[in-house]
Structures are given as C-alpha cells and as structure tokens.
Design a protein around this ligand. Sequence first.
Ligand SMILES: *Cc1c(COP(=O)(O)O)cnc(C)c1O
Length: 403
Amino acid sequence: MFRYSFAASGRHFLQIPGPANVPDRILRAMDHPTIDHRGPEFAELGKAVLAGIKDVFRTRSPVIIYPSSGTGAWEAALVNTLSPGDQVLMFETGQFATLWQKIALKLGLVVEFVPGDWRHGVDPAVVEDRLAADTGNAIKAVLAVHNETSTGVTSRIAEVRAAIDRARHPALFMVDTVSGLGSIDYRHDEWGIDVSVTGSQKGLMLPPGLGFNALSDKALAASKSARLPRAYWGWEEMLASNKNGYFPYTPATGLLYGLHEALAMLREEGLDNVFARHARFGEATRRAVRAWGLELLCLDPREYSNVLTAILLPAGHDADALRKVILENFNMSLGQGLGKIAGKVFRIGHLGDFNELTLLGALAGVEMGLQLAGIPAQRGGVDAAMRYFGEKSGAQSALKRVA
Ligand SMILES: *Cc1c(COP(=O)(O)O)cnc(C)c1O
C-alpha cells in the first residue's frame, strides 16, 4: 500500500477543498458486504437514499445518482436537456467553470463564455443584460458554478435566478454545486434550478465516486425533445428503475451505504447548523489570512466562500513550494492553485467533517509553513481565529449541537 515516505503518526490533515475527510461513522457504514443490487434488501437502501438526498438539495423533484465523478454529472446535465448546436451562456469564474465549458464545447454546444477575472462570481446584471438582448430566445440554458472551488468565490445563485426572471427568458438554469451542497445554503426548488449537479466527495463527506443530478419538471420536459446522444447518462431509464429503489445498471453499492449514513449525519445536525458551522470556519480563516497580512483571492465580501479560502502569495513566492514544505513538515495537504492561477495561490479547505480545533490545527500548520518557507507574512493568524472562536459571535456550543 502507498505510504508517505516519512513516518507519519497521528492523522494526515487533508485540507484540500475536496475530496474532503470521510468521518469514521461513514467509513464504518461502508464496511459492509456488497449485496445483490437486484434483491429486496437493496431496494430499501435505494429508496432511502433517493428520498433522503432530496432534502439536502431542498427539492421535491427526483434526484439521479450515478456511479461517476462530478464530471460525469456535468455531462449528464447537458446531454439530457440539450441538442447539437444549442446555444448556452456560461461564465468564466475559475477552473471548474472552464472545465464544464470545455465539456459543453466537446458535446457540440455553442458556448458564449463570459470572461471573468477569477476573483468574482457570476454577475447577475450581466446575466440580465445578455438574456434581455436575446429577443429570439436562442440561448437554451444558463450554466453557473455555485461555489467555484478553484477561487473560493461563491456566486449569488438566487440573484442570478432573479436576473433570469427579470429578463423573462425561458432558458433552463443549470448549476454546479459540487462543492457547495451540504456545506453552504443551496435551494434547488426555491431558486428555480432546472438541473443541479453535485458529487459525493465534498460536502456530502463521502469518498469520490457518486455524481448527482437534481431535476425539475422543466428539465424533464426538455429531456423529451433533447437530441444530444446519451446512453449511460439517460435519465429516463434511471427514473424508471429508481421508482422501485433500483438502478438500471450496477450502482456503487458501497458508496450508497456511506450516503445513507451521510444523510443521517446531515439530518441530525440540521442543514442550517451545518451552514452556520461552515460560516464560522470561513470567517475564522479569513481573519487568520488578514492577520498574516496576505491577500484573499476573492474580492467581493458578498461572495466569500465558507467552503474554502484561496490565498494569494506575494509576487515572487511559489505557492506550490509552500504546500510542499507544509506537507513534508506537518503532514497536511492543502489545495493547489489550478489553471491560470497555478503556483500563485494555495487553498485551505474547511468543509465537511470538521470542527474548530481541526481548523486551528490547519491554520497552525499554515502559519508555521509560511515562516519555514520564508514567505513575508506576520504571525498571529491562529490567534485571530482563536479570538473569534472565543467570542460570542464565533462560538457555538458543540454539546448543544449533539443534544
Ligand atoms: C470537485 C468539483 C468538480 C468536479 O468533480 P470531479 O469529481 O473531479 O469530476 C466540479 N465542479 C466543482 C465546483 C468542483 O469543486
């Protein structure tokens, strides 16, 4: 089995913004023999997870679960609803928006990719202008990334919905909430989302391997006439089997056991408490960054991500060298800069199975790493986070959450 070359005792700190840490409870739930996925016991599991996941998306519509990465669920959203040559509107918020766009191009869609600086989310005013100008309704879908994991910027999806409505445009609205769902507020039905895309390995706290599409009636209607080729990703066959708790092909049974446990954990804590917990981690991390005298990549406080924080290093300093120092000295993995910000930023994930002391440990590792790597940064970041957690606004009784 692969091991780090240094002797590591204690837990590895996995502070990348996904895959996130898998809680022991979920690991234990997955330690279960594979069962016949066409047998009666399986149907109970299938029905429970297909119903339970709806609460996390805050939807009453069906949710499809694929054995796939998030990328598969991106493709599924497109091939089920669109036809070759359809025009779609997308926004360059960062690396994940860029990758989804590339898939749309490969599938033969005509993409209008609104350029961005990787430091802001989707601008609702641009959405409204662009759709209002499309008097012939040529744009068939608006596609946005909710939480841009490469930049630590969260787009204001409810405001984008309102912009689409103000333009009175019939385009489908599809949202990637791969790293948002289960960590920060997301409302599939209330925000009028037609297809929401997610994966198992971020806020759902599972290993990688499940992809999800939450649907709407409008998306289902669009799928009847959509002509992009689809086989593995077809919703129709999935929905037909899912009615009885089954899947048209072999599901990822082990991960579904894990999902069943993850849904129980989210239900026990309560989604609003989960979001409040992530908000405290986000705020504490940003206070630490300011104390270090470093710069947040996200420029608009309305768009700060509570899932992860992307931090710019001073010019001339290599973020990947810093991450290497931290991994080798403190056994902690931090997120690397992706795409055009590679080497310039590093990212601290603060999502999922996580508490105040985990975050303080992560911040301590970063603070020591900054010194060791010779980055011009002040100390005092951990202290700023501790002071915040010690204040009334930052503190919340951990025991109350369990009660
Ligand atoms: C992780 C992630 C994905 C891609 O997921 P894979 O499972 O790697 O295919 C897509 N979008 C966002 C925003 C993500 O964070």
